[in-house]
Ligand binder design. Structure first.
Ligand code: HEM
Length: 491
């Protein structure tokens, strides 16, 4: 069974919704090929042949090839659009999607180069409705020194052992509470359980703004649901439209975050030393550069909640889905987790965050393989700020670039039987998760700062799930639960 990850709001990264096409079409401009400057990953002194525009078709006037791209994106095999052209034109080809002439790359080296490039060569590219919802100072849209600063601060905080310990405690509590409501011999819809119960969302919100479950959290969740719908809506900002409602919801959420910022600032004014950072707001308030305004901090807090609502729950759902198709992997995963659970029970201690990340090696390979096959973020988009030359290809200034990560992850030149869920492939030593052919979290200056958190949360969820329940997949993500009889509890 293949889950269509393309139906998730994850698409906000890749801008697939056909409705957004309308705004893109209004923005349609013919790409120009004026050569202003070039940068090459391999600058040598010997003259090399002039780079050429990759082969491919720009499709129909105005719409280009967008309709075919979008209809494939909503199918079980979104890469069909790409694979067809790749067979005709090669790993890098030109197309015309979402109103822009676009260079599509399925070549791991070219993708690496794009991801590693700075804002002088490529900047993120999103349609107007999304930029409006995210806010102009969102980390996803800003470039240069400011982006690097926020990325560094947030990334370091997300890596801190203190935060990981807090996330582990919060996540375990919520997972236990939520699973306690599941009944034996009951069918549950696993995607709803990981998403609607909002375990990952609440854990992330606590890490971002220290908000605990309660009335304000419930209100925030409600507004966030409204906000997130706008990411997949018509780009029309009139009363009654989704975009309008989503912007209003964002305004309310920003108000709440600004209230928290104000009270933190007041607390800080009373002290001479910087406060110990309990959450991401503290981290950004403690920054001495004076570049981080309250508006910037508030906007970013809301945007950073998106992966908690979407990417992490999708990762958990896909893992359960793939495991139910691979009983040998489920068996090994269950045994590994039960063994650790019983060892911890003997020692009379709980699992620490480091246990989840390093004492459950097979669980980690299951997560890695789920990331490879599931392609939660199927690609990232950029816009070329100047003519760029890479591996003999020309990417003209002003053109969009689609770095299609999914093709690399499902390429049989990189992975044997790429559509086969095989966690054991990651046990072979030369399969290194840090190579060019595995980039589910992007790379370079925009490498996802939430990588450890996502893995930690997925491990905690899987641990509690497989050590408490047996299940059978009955129909498209519906599972039938049977509690394990020998469940031991943690201290
Ligand atoms: C399975 C889960 C996740 C996946 C697959 C994922 C994937 C990605 C990818 C591919 C990018 C790069 C986008 C680009 O280059 O334009 C990214 C960026 C980012 N991710 Fe994640 N992510 C996940 C979870 C998280 C979590 C839990 C957080 C926590 C807040 C997070 C926060 C961010 C942020 C802030 C950025 C922007 C970084 C920047 O532009 O400097 N992500 N993510």
């Amino acid at each position: 069974m293949v889950l269509r990850t393309t139906t998730s709001t994850t698409l906000w990264w890749l801008l697939l919704p056909s409705l957004l096409l309308i705004s893109s079409l209004l923005l349609f401009k013919k790409g120009r090929r004026s050569i202003i400057s070039r940068s090459s990953p391999s600058s040598t002194s010997s003259p090399s042949p002039s780079p050429t525009l990759p082969l491919g078709s720009l499709g129909w006037p105005l719409v280009g090839e967008t309709i075919e791209f979008v209809s494939c994106a909503y199918s079980d095999r979104p890469e069909t659009f790409i694979n067809k052209r790749r067979a005709l034109y090669g790993k890098v080809f030109k197309s015309h999607i979402f109103g822009n002439p676009t260079i599509v790359s399925t070549d791991a080296e070219v993708i690496k180069f794009i991801l590693q490039s700075d804002a002088k060569s490529f900047v993120p590219s999103y349609p107007k409705s999304l930029t409006e919802l995210m806010g102009k100072s969102s980390i996803l849209l800003i470039n240069g020194g400011l982006q690097r600063r926020i990325h560094g601060l947030v990334g370091a905080f997300f890596k801190s052992p203190h935060l990981k310990a807090q996330i582990t405690r919060d996540m375990e509590k919520l997972v236990r509470e939520s699973m306690a409501k599941w009944r034996e011999d009951e069918a549950i819809f696993i995607q709803d359980e990981t998403k609607n119960v909002s375990i990952a969302f609440q854990v992330l919100v606590k890490a971002l703004i220290s908000l605990d479950p309660g009335e304000e959290m419930e209100l925030l969740k409600k507004q966030f649901q409204e906000f997130i719908l706008g990411l997949m809506s018509l780009p029309i900002k009139l009363p009654g439209t989704q975009l309008y409602r989503s912007l209003r919801a964002k305004k309310e959420m920003v108000k709440l975050v600004r209230k928290l910022i104000r009270s933190k600032r007041e607390e800080m004014n009373g002290t001479t030393t910087s406060i110990v950072s309990k959450d991401v707001i503290d981290v950004l308030l403690n920054d001495s550069s004076n570049q981080l305004t309250d508006e910037l901090i508030a906007d970013n807090m809301i945007d950073m909640m998106i992966p908690g609502e979407d990417s992490v729950p999708v990762l958990m759902t896909l893992a359960i889905n793939y495991l139910s198709d691979c009983p040998a992997a489920l068996k090994q995963l269950t045994e590994e987790n039960l063994k650790l659970k019983s060892l911890k029970a003997q020692l009379g201690e709980p699992l620490f965050w480091s246990d989840y990340l390093s004492s459950l090696p097979f669980t980690q390979t299951v997560i890695t393989e789920t990331l490879r096959m599931g392609n939660i973020i199927i690609g990232v988009m950029r816009k070329a700020m100047k003519d760029v030359e890479i591996k003999g290809h020309l990417i003209p200034k002003g053109w969009s670039v689609l770095a299609y990560l999914r093709s690399v992850h499902l390429d049989d030149n990189h992975y044997d039987h790429p559509y086969h869920f095989n966690p054991w492939r990651w046990q072979i030593q030369d399969k290194d998760v840090s190579n060019n052919n595995f980039t589910p979290f992007g790379g370079g200056q925009r490498l996802c700062p939430g990588v450890d958190l996502a893995r930690l949360e997925a491990s905690i969820f899987l641990h509690h799930f497989v050590t408490q329940f047996r299940y059978t997949l009955i129909f498209y993500l519906f599972i039938y639960l049977t509690s394990l009889k020998d469940t031991q509890n943690y201290p």
